[in-house]
Design a protein around this ligand. Sequence first.
Ligand code: PPS
Length: 314
Amino acid sequence: MSTEPATPPEEITIPEEWHSLPSDPNYKFPGYCTFKYRGATMSSTHLQWGVMQQLEQFRGRSSDIIVASFPKSGTTWLQEIVWRVTHHQSMAGEKGPKTCLEYRFPLLEMQSQEKLMEMASWADMTDQRFIKTHLHYHMLPESVKTSEAKVLYVHRDVRDVCVSFYHFSRMINVHKYRGTFADFRDSFMRDALMFCPYREHVKGYLEHSDTVLCLTYEQMHQDRGSVVRKVADFLGVSLSDADVDDIVKNTSFEVMKANPDTNFRQWEDSGMVSGTEEGTFMRKGMVGDWRNYFTEEESEAFLKWRNEEVASLE
Ligand code: PPS
C-alpha cells in the first residue's frame, strides 16, 4: 500500500472538505482513488458522478421511502420487497414489475449514473419516490430526517458482506480490483474501502432504530414472511396472507436472479461490468459463504473487530 494519494482524473474537481487517501494499486481502473469526507470513505467515482450536487439538491419529502445499507448487505433484496409491498394491488396476478429496479429506485448519491443509464433521477419524480442509498446516517440530507420520509436499513453478517463486496469490486469496471481476498479484508478493517468505516455505518443506523426500520439479511433468509409483514406495518400497508405469500415467493433468490428487472443484467449492456468473467451481481445469495474465505481464527478476529463497536446496539 502506497502512502501517497493516487492522482485523480484531471476532470474531477476535489472539494475543499475532501481529503485524499493513500492510493491502493489493487484497483486497476485508471485514476480510481478514495477520499475522506465527513468521516466516510468516498471514491473518485462519487465525485465524477455528482455526489456533491446530489447532496446539495436533495429535498426529502414525507412520502419518500429510502432503503439504506452498507454495500452488499441485501439492499436489492429489501428494495424489491419494499416495492412489492407498496405495489401489491397493482401487481396482483402479474409475475413481476416491468421496469428495472434501478429505474424504480434511483440511487441518492450518483446523479450521472442515472444519466449514463438513461434512468429517471429522483429530482424528476413526481409520484412517491423510492430511493436507494449507501450513505452513512449522518450524511443523509437533513430534510430526510425532518420530513416523515420512511427509512429502512438492512445489515448482514460482516464476513459475508466482505466476501460479496470483494467479488463486486472485481466485477465492476470502474474499480477492477485485482488484489487477493486477504488484501481486501485488510482494507475493509482499515476503513479504506468505499463507504467505510463499516462499523460506524451500521452503528449510525442502529442508533436511530426508533425511527429507522432495521432488518438483517439473515432474517430475510430465515423468515421472509415476517420481514414482509414488518415492512408492511412500518409503511402502513395492509396485506392479506395471500399477498405475503406472493411477495415471499417472488423475492426468492432464484426468482430475482431469473428476473431481468432485478438481476442487474443491464450492467453488462451499459459497460458497468464486462461479461461474466468475474461473476454476476446475483452471485450466491447465501448465508455463510464466508466459510470459504476465512479460517476459524480470521473469522473470530473479524467478528471481534465488528462486535467491539456494534454488538451492544443489537
Ligand atoms: S449493492 O450493490 O450494494 O446494492 O448490493 P446488495 O443488493 O446490497 O447485495 C448484493 C448481495 O445480495 C444478494 N441478493 C440476494 N440474496 C438472497 N436472496 C435474494 N433475493 C437476493 N437478492 C440479492 C446478492 O446475491 C449479493 O450477495 P452475494 O453474497 O454476493 O451473492
